[in-house]
Design a protein around this ligand. Structure first.
Ligand code: NAP
Length: 305
């Protein structure tokens, strides 16, 4: 049993790395486990324009590289190990290589946008196919874009995109939106937005960048072409909750419910970032969650010695 560390952070996106900076700077021996690339979803974003303090655009990769170096500076240990199991009450974290016993755990495993799973989507991701209007919307000034989905996220982001794009289609698979009435009404009143009802994307076409989509009307089965510069997919996100779903309180969509201290229903187990039920999923909010969780965890460890 490895008892080297005070706190284990699972996931090295903005929430996890921010927690690591605060925890290690606060004097806790801190380990961060990451099974993939350090940085989380934001490393897929070309330009981060809205993270406070960075006047010049930076790539998501560069933002996270700086965050990681800051955590290194305070002594955080990053381990490229996949966590296989957690025993929350005992604060035990098991990877394929080793079993760790710590004093507190911060879950920062994030979420993944649901994909359309159509031909062309993977090839053109980052080349016109995006899962984040807030991140990439400004790249589409004067262009024609489509949002796929009919929920709150899709309709809110369609409204956001009208700040930049000339034309915003909402492609929805049914004949009514799922989004709350008030934002539906805003969308219907916006001249730049046009809803394409009862339709799904069959294929996304383009050589280097998105050029066209093949649409299928699900009622008539008619296929049509729609010329587009960008497609924003908002068909829901899946929280990465597999490690904790059996014991942590979550909402019906699987997002972890925390209190204002980022504490879950289990003492000493915190959750931060996209994994958590919240209204805005951004680097800045994940980083804030991480800071709060680490600060409270430090106090909790001190009080529970
Ligand atoms: P969501 O509510 O699950 O909506 C997903 C949308 O995508 C639905 O309209 C769904 O169609 C459609 N869809 C799902 N799979 C699809 C597929 N394969 N192809 C085409 N369309 C597909 O997801 P969300 O909008 O991301 O919202 C998630 C949660 O966050 C919700 O509880 C929402 O209320 C909340 N939220 C709240 C706010 C706010 O209050 N301001 C803002 C954003 C999100 P159907 O309608 O036919 O199922």
């Amino acid at each position: 049993m490895n008892k080297e560390f005070d706190i284990a952070i699972i996931g090295a996106g903005p929430g996890g790395v921010s927690a690591a900076i605060y925890a290690s700077r606060g004097g806790l021996k801190t380990v961060v486990f990451e099974k993939g690339l350090i940085g989380g979803q934001i490393v897929l974003t070309a330009d981060v324009e809205n993270y406070p303090g960075f006047e010049e655009n930076m790539s998501g990769f560069d933002v996270m590289d700086k965050m990681r170096k800051q955590a290194d500076k305070f002594g955080t240990i990053f381990k490229a190990e996949e966590v296989k199991e957690i025993e929350p009450e005992k604060k035990i974290v098991k990877t394929a290589n080793e079993t760790y016993e710590v004093k507190a755990i911060i879950m920062a495993t994030g979420a993944n946008p649901r994909k359309l799973n159509v031909v062309g989507e993977a090839k053109l991701t980052g080349r016109g196919v995006s899962y984040c209007a807030t991140c990439d919307g400004a790249l589409y000034r004067g262009k024609t874009v489509a949002i796929v989905g009919g929920g709150d996220s899709a309709v809110e982001e369609a409204l956001f995109l009208t700040k930049f794009a000339e034309k915003v289609y909402i492609i929805h698979r049914r004949d009514e939106l799922r989004a709350v009435k008030i934002i539906q009404e805003r969308a219907f009143a916006n001249e730049k937005i046009e809803v394409i009802w009862d339709s799904v994307i069959e294929e996304i076409e383009g050589e280097q960048f998105v050029e066209n989509v093949k649409l299928k009307n699900v009622k008539t089965n008619a296929i049509s072409d729609l010329k587009l510069d960008g497609i924003f997919v908002y068909v829901g996100i899946n929280p990465n909750n597999a490690l904790i779903k059996d014991f942590i309180e979550m909402d019906e969509a699987g997002f972890v419910i925390t209190n204002a201290e980022m504490l879950t229903n289990i003492a000493g187990v915190f959750a931060v970032g996209d994994l958590v039920q919240k209204v805005l999923r951004q680097v800045v909010t994940a980083a804030a969650d991480g800071a709060i969780a680490a600060f409270v965890a430090e106090k909790w460890i001190e009080e529970n010695k």
